[in-house]
Ligand binder design. Sequence first.
Ligand code: BG6
Length: 493
Amino acid sequence: MPQLPPVDVFDYIVFGATGDLTMRKLLPALYYRYRDGQIPDQSRIVGTARSPLSRADYQGRAEKALTEFVKPADFDEATARRFLDLIHYVSLNGAEADSTWPALQSLLTEAPEDRIRVYYLATAPGLYGQICENLSSHGLVTEQSRVVLEKPIGTDLESADAINDHVGRYFPENHIFRIDHYLGKETVQNLIALRFANPVFERLWSSDAIDYVQITAAETVGVESRGPYYDKSGALRDMIQNHLLQVLCLVAMDPPGSLEADSLRNEKLKVLRALRPIAPDDVATFTVRGQYARGRTADGTTLPSYLEDLGEDATSDTETYVAIRAEIHSWRWGNVPFYLRSGKRLAEKCSEIVIQFKAAPWSIFPGKPRANRLLIRIQPDEGVTLSVSTKDPTLTDSLALRPADINIAFEKAFGTRYPDAYERLLLDVVRGDPILFIRRDEVEAAWRWIDPILRGWAENKAPLHTYPAGSWGPEAARALLAQDGHAWHEDMA
Ligand code: BG6
């Protein structure tokens, strides 16, 4: 059921086409949109990677990916066959100037010059600049070309600047789409609707009524086969610098003047720039980092440690868990802590935002009413729950209170499938709509805040805690909130 009209005919050229992201996310997302009638049949998806594969070999891999990563109920044999016909493959080392570029050139120039071209770089970020340079020197950057950069852009501000400068020599900023798939999640977009279409929330959205905010992205998986990337990255670069800071921006920003991309991005940027810096000497006070040790699932299965996951004799001080007490220096948010946390091998897979309101200043009831809490569940069980106090109906002869929830479970309420974040984002690039993509200055502002924390950790100014796999993270993360008299969601009464 298409929500928008089909996009214009396009060529989508994916660098890193044999990788995990392409197989797990990009191809299934394009399949869904094709099935929904949003992709015209003349469009082409061109995989490129170093492996010497034929077109048929690659189509075979793509087919396997679809059977594995598209829900069986959504997989239609005939549609998949037609979708696979859109797929081409060019064996190419995008980082080498004298690789088989003529093969890509001749494939692309079969199409009219004004066809939309999207170059999706699902490779190591260190290659982005070189690939763009090679695209340009082989005459492949047309007026209608865009480039998509996967996160993380660099490993710090300096390397991010170098990548952005290099790419920026060949593509203008409005043709560079820096993807952060959290922005494509329905529930993250829904934050904009929830906040700016419902004055009931927006009127209370400040330190006047809000006590503190928690943003969590917890995963049960470990580092899996991504050890070589992850060990150089760690949770701060992998999740906080991008996904969690973007969510924080949407929670904290002022109302944008319109739904025009730059209007929204200007407001997000103001939030990033208002984050109180955490100096290297302060990392022990405001951050907690941890690495999972051996542990157990709730049903008693043993889980390996991070070092065991990395492989024999591995040593590493990379964090797989981060908690941060952030502050935003603005009138709206003065004195409201924003607690951010993300970790691998935690007790549950869940991404959520908790808005904890202040308690009533005075109580006429026996006992204190519990303060209201708004829980925004990004995934799974996407929805919103407002905790309120009601009269306890079981105690008919008194005005005793009882906590209750006002709950919207989106999937049930709207009876619709929740698409994967990549579905919307991949076609937004074709539409040329940058609203859910990150502008260069946002990337820079995020690194500017993250870099001193990385420096403090590199200088060992905060200990690296361990936590049992399958738990909610290091004890020190509890203490981080306890010092403010607060608790993480799972520990809340
Ligand atoms: C990616 C990170 O950006 O997001 C992964 O690189 C992480 O380490 C993933 O697992 C989490 O995404 P989601 O959508 O499952 O919350």
